[in-house]
Design a binder for this molecule. Structure first.
Ligand code: ME8
Length: 631
C-alpha cells in the first residue's frame, strides 16, 4: 500500500468573501503539496468549506436568501478562488455534502452508543456570535473571552462529549511528541491551556435556536455543534467508513495547516475525538500567525480587507504567492503593505533571480549560439552550494519554514551571481585557450538555474515552468537535486524579463487597485482610510495627574503607554480633578508633534467628547494594557 502525504487547510466559513488570510493558509498548503509531488510522492491535498452553523444562517437571512442558496454561492466563490490562485487541491469538501453528513451522524451515534456522549442540562454562559459555551471563569470582564462581546445566560438540555477525561494522556502525548503541535510557542500555549481543568464538550444545539446543522441521529430536536461537524471533514473526505482502501492510504494526516485562531479546536477537540474513535492522530498540527494590513486588523468597517484576486492581478500571481511565503517567518504574525510587497518583488525577484536568468541565457546565446555547452569539469563551489541549498530547502519544508526554504533559493542566486562575476566569462570569451573554462562556467550557471527552477516551481508554478522552457528542458520534468541533470546541446530560449521591476508610478497604481479610496469621497468632505491610518491612536493608563500653576484649564498628566511613559498636557481641568484621573484608561494620539503649553512640554493628546463644555474622556471599557493600537 502506498501511503499518501495528506495535507489539509481549515475548511473556511461561507459567511463572507475570502480574503488574504484564507489565501495564506491555502497557498502554504499548495506549496507543500506541489513540493512533495515534485519529489515523486503521492499527495492528497484537501481544502473545503464549513457550511453549517449560525453564521451561515444569519448571513443568508441578512441577504434575504435561503441558507442553501447562500452556502452554494459562497462555496463556489472559494472553489473559483483556488483556481485563480493556482491551488492544486485534490479534493474539495463541503460539510453539507452527504458523504460528510453521513460520517458525522455515524460518529455521533457510535459515541452515543458507547456512552461517550451523554445528555445533561447545561446552565451557563453562551456567546451567540461565536456559538460557544463559556464557564464563569472563562469570561473576561463578563464578556466572551474570544470576541469580547456580551454573553447570554442560558439553561437547556444538551448533549456532551466526554472530553475532560482525555486531559492526562493528551498532556503526555503533546509533551512526548515534540512536533505534534508546532511551532513550539503554540505547543506551549496548548500545554498552558491544559493546565486548567478540561471540561466535557457540548456538542449539540437545539433546533429551536439554530436548525442549520447535521441532525443528531439520537435526538431529532437537535443538530450537531458546528465544530464537531467541521473537524470530521478531515476523515470524511478521504473516505472514512465509505472507502477503506482510500482512507488507509491517506489517514493519518501528514499535516493540518491552520491559523493560530483555531488552535484549541484542533489540538484539543480534534485530538480527543480521534482518540475516542480509535483513530491515529495526525502527525502534525501547525498553527501559523496572523496577517494585519498596514499595521491594522483586517476589517470591513476599516475598508482594508485585501482582496487576493486584486493583488494577484496587480503584481502577478506568482510574485504574490512568493511574497506571502517569503515575507514573514512561518508561524509569526505578519503585516501586509504594498511597500513590503513591491520591495520584496523588486529585490528578490526582479533584481536577483530575474537578472540572473536573463544574464545567463544572454551569455549562452552570445557565446554558444544558444546551445547549452557540454561541461569538461565541475565548478566545485557551485556544485556543493547548489546541492546543499537543495538539501536545506527540503529540510526547511519539513518544519515547514517556508521563508527559510525560499531564503535558500535567494542565497543560491547570490552564489551563482558571484560565481559569474568571479569567472568573468566576458574575458574568457576573448581567449580561445579558455574556451573549455567558458563552457564550464556557462553550463554551471545554467545547471544551477535548473536547481533554482526546481525549488521555485512549488511556490511559483508558472515561473518554474517558464524557466524550464527557457533552459530548453522538457516542461514538468525537473530532474534530481544532484548536479549534472541539465542536458547539454539543448537550445535555450531568452524572452521577456521574468519579473519586470515595479517603479514608483506602477506602485501608485497598485496601491490604488488594492486600497481603492474613491476620489469622489474626498470632494464630498469624507476622508480616505489612509488618512485615518495616519493617526496613531493608543490605549494608555493615567499614572499621575496634577494641576499646572496659573492655569484654570490645564492638567499635567503622565500616561503609561506600555512601551514608555509620556507627559501630556490636557485641557480637562474644568471637567476632572487630578485625583479622579489616576488609574483611568484613556485613548491617546501617540504620534502628535510635541508642543509646549504654558511652558510645559506635551507629547500627545487625549481623546474626549465635548458635552456642552463638559469634557468626557474616551477610554477602553475593559481593563487593557497600555500601548494597544486603537483600530
Ligand atoms: O475558522 N491571517 O473558518 P474561517 C492569517 N470554519 N490567516 C487567516 C487570517 C489572517 N488575518 N484570517 C483568516 C474557521 N485566516 C472554521 C475552520 S476547520 C475544521 C474549521 C485563515 O473562515 C487561517 O487559516 O474563519 C484561519 O485559521 C482560517 O483562515 C479561519 O477561517
Amino acid at each position: 500500500m502506498t501511503k499518501r502525504i495528506y495535507i489539509t487547510t481549515p475548511i473556511y466559513y461561507v459567511n463572507d468573501k475570502p480574503h488574504l488570510g484564507h489565501v495564506y493558509t491555502t497557498v502554504a498548503a499548495d506549496f507543500l503539496a506541489r513540493y512533495h509531488r515534485l519529489e515523486g510522492r503521492d499527495v492528497f491535498f484537501l481544502t473545503g468549506t464549513d457550511e453549517h452553523g449560525q453564521k451561515a444562517e444569519q448571513a443568508a437571512q441578512a441577504k434575504g436568501q435561503s441558507t442553501k442558496e447562500h452556502v452554494d454561492f459562497h462555496s463556489a466563490v472559494f472553489q473559483d478562488l483556488w483556481k485563480k490562485m493556482n491551488v492544486s487541491n485534490d479534493d474539495f469538501i463541503r460539510t453539507t455534502e452527504e458523504r460528510h453528513t453521513k460520517v458525522v451522524q455515524n460518529v455521533l451515534q457510535h459515541l452515543f452508543d458507547r456512552g461517550e456522549i451523554y445528555e445533561d442540562v447545561y446552565e451557563g454562559w453562551y456567546c451567540v456570535p461565536d456559538e460557544r459555551f463559556w464557564t464563569e471563569k472563562d469570561l473576561m470582564d463578563g464578556n466572551c473571552p474570544e470576541c469580547g462581546r456580551k454573553v447570554e445566560r442560558i439553561k437547556e438540555k444538551n448533549y456532551f462529549f466526554r472530553m475532560g477525561k482525555h486531559q492526562p494522556w493528551l498532556i503526555e502525548y503533546i509533551k512526548k511528541h515534540e512536533n505534534y503541535i508546532s511551532p513550539p510557542a503554540r505547543r506551549n500555549e496548548v500545554l498552558g491551556f491544559l493546565k486548567k481543568k478540561l471540561d466535557d464538550l457540548c456538542i449539540s444545539r437545539p433546533k429551536s435556536r439554530m436548525a442549520w446543522g447535521v441532525e443528531l441521529p439520537f435526538d431529532s430536536d437537535y443538530v450537531s455543534y458546528v465544530w464537531f461537524d467541521a473537524l470530521l471533514n478531515y476523515i470524511s473526505a478521504p473516505g472514512y467508513q465509505s472507502d477503506d482502501k482510500s482512507f488507509s492510504e491517506i489517514w493519518p494526516a501528514h499535516i493540518h495547516l491552520i491559523g493560530k485562531d483555531i488552535l484549541t479546536t484542533h489540538s484539543v477537540y480534534w485530538s480527543t475525538m480521534l482518540k475516542d474513535m480509535g483513530l491515529p492522530l495526525p502527525q502534525k498540527i501547525f498553527a501559523h500567525g496572523w496577517w494585519t494590513i498596514e499595521g491594522r486588523k483586517m476589517s470591513k468597517s476599516l475598508g482594508n480587507v485585501v482582496d487576493p484576486v486584486t493583488v494577484a492581478e496587480a503584481v502577478g500571481l506568482d510574485p504574490f504567492r512568493y511574497f506571502l511565503m517569503r515575507e514573514v517567518p512561518f508561524g509569526m504574525d505578519g503585516d501586509f503593505s504594498v511597500e513590503a510587497l513591491v520591495s520584496r518583488i523588486n529585490v528578490d525577484l526582479a533584481n536577483n533571480l530575474g537578472n540572473l536568468v536573463s544574464r545567463t541565457l544572454k551569455m549562452i546565446a552570445k557565446y554558444r549560439g544558444g546551445s547549452i555547452p557540454s561541461p569538461h569539469g565541475v565548478p566545485e563551489n557551485l556544485k556543493t552550494g547548489a546541492e546543499q541549498a537543495a538539501k536545506n530547502y527540503a529540510s526547511h519544508l519539513e518544519t515547514p519554514a517556508f521563508h527559510k526554504a525560499l531564503e535558500e533559493v535567494i542565497s543560491l542566486c547570490d552564489l551563482v551571481n558571484g560565481f559569474i562575476m568571479e569567472s568573468e566569462p566576458w574575458k574568457l570569451a576573448k581567449d580561445e585557450s579558455k574556451s573549455e573554462r567558458l563552457d564550464d562556467v556557462l553550463y554551471g550557471s545554467a545547471e544551477a538555474l535548473r536547481f533554482i527552477g526546481r525549488m521555485i516551481a512549488p511556490i511559483m508554478p508558472d515561473t518554474g515552468a517558464k524557466l524550464q522552457v527557457m533552459l530548453g528542458m522538457e516542461e514538468g520534468v525537473h530532474g534530481s537535486p544532484e548536479w549534472g541533470g541539465l542536458a547539454p546541446g539543448r537550445q535555450v530560449k531568452d524572452g521577456d524579463a521574468l519579473f519586470p521591476r515595479i517603479d514608483d508610478k506602477k506602485k501608485e497604481e497598485i496601491i490604488k487597485a488594492i486600497f481603492p479610496t474613491g476620489e469622489d469621497k474626498e470632494e464630498s468632505g469624507l476622508i480616505a482610510i489612509e488618512d485615518v491610518r495616519k493617526i496613531d491612536l493608543r490605549t494608555a493608563k493615567i499614572v499621575k495627574a496634577e494641576r499646572i500653576e496659573k492655569s484654570k484649564k490645564l492638567l499635567k498628566l503622565i500616561v503609561d503607554l506600555g512601551f514608555e511613559k509620556r507627559q501630556i498636557v490636557a485641557g480637562i481641568a474644568e471637567s476632572y480633578s487630578p485625583e479622579e484621573l489616576v488609574g483611568k484608561q484613556v485613548v491617546v494620539v501617540a504620534n502628535l508633534r510635541p508642543a509646549k503649553l504654558m511652558g510645559v512640554e506635551s507629547k500627545g493628546m487625549l481623546l474626549a467628547a465635548d458635552n456642552a463644555g463638559k469634557l468626557s474622556l474616551i477610554g477602553a471599557i475593559n481593563d487593557v494594557n497600555g500601548g494597544l493600537k486603537v483600530l
